[in-house]
Ligand binder design. Structure first.
Ligand code: ATM
Length: 234
């Protein structure tokens, strides 16, 4: 039987498709990188990919929203600061549309090919941004999101935790013009951070909270410690 690595142990990973038939996914990890704006998760993902490749792993990096030609177009709509009037439910449905395409066209095929898949944001961002941040109904979001993912869940999530005030200063230094999420009020970003931390409290085995205040190298030492312990790498 094919096995998946989770919580340091090998267990079968059963994936329930919407049609309710069970398939077994290959024994390779699906790792997601989460955090508030400016938390440094994208840099950590790139460093992790480099280190894993140096260790001989096949690695596929990707992101949400995005990762497919359709998803990248949806991303542009979502991030455009000119779209200030975008309705919260419309925003969520765009996120889910991009995710559906991404899971089908990128994540599942890469896992099937035996690649280590590193994804910049995934379903925890929906809980943080759309539920905690925008105030959408948690059960509604969870229900559709589960269908969209077809039951696919990360084996490990690295959550880079940072005070959003610091993150927004970092992001302003990085981006020429602020995007639609970056332009939201500080209180919104504080709710997003609380949403991420609530998910981490609920799922401590899957979500590793990494303090993100330090420089990229210092934070990467923590990233690598989590990855190497979880997946038995040296
Ligand atoms: P990043 O480049 O920071 O990952 O920005 C993508 C944005 O997409 C992010 N904005 N900020 N800050 C949050 C947003 N997003 C959601 O609102 N819900 C989601 O489910 C995902 C995956 C992303």
């Amino acid at each position: 039987m094919l096995m998946a690595i989770r919580g340091g142990k090998c267990r079968p990973r059963a994936v329930r498709k919407p049609s309710s038939d069970l398939v077994y996914a290959p024994p390779v990890p699906f790792v997601t990188f989460e955090g508030v704006e400016g938390s440094g998760k994208t840099t950590q993902l790139a460093l992790a990919a480099e280190r894993l490749r140096a260790a001989g792993k096949t690695v596929r990096t990707t992101r949400e929203p995005g990762g497919t030609p359709i998803g990248e177009r949806i991303r542009a709509v979502l991030l455009d600061a000119a779209h200030a009037e975008l309705d919260p439910m419309a925003e969520w449905l765009l996120v889910e549309a991009a995710r559906r395409q991404h899971v089908r066209d990128v994540v599942r095929p890469a896992l099937a090919d035996g690649a280590f898949v590193l994804c910049d944001r995934f379903t925890d961002s929906t809980e943080a941004y759309q539920v905690a941040g925008r105030g959408l109904d948690a059960a509604m979001v969870e229900g559709l999101d589960g269908r969209v993912r077809g039951g696919l869940a990360p084996d490990l999530t690295l959550l880079y935790d940072l005070d959003p005030r610091e993150g927004l200063v970092r992001a302003q230094g990085r981006d020429a013009s602020p995007g639609r999420f970056e332009s939201a009020a500080l209180e919104f970003h504080e709710r997003v951070r609380s949403g991420f931390l609530a998910a981490a409290r609920r799922e401590p085995k899957r979500i590793a909270v990494v303090p993100a205040q330090g420089g990229a190298d210092a934070v990467f030492a923590l990233t690598w410690r989590v990855l190497s312990e979880r997946f038995g790498l040296s």
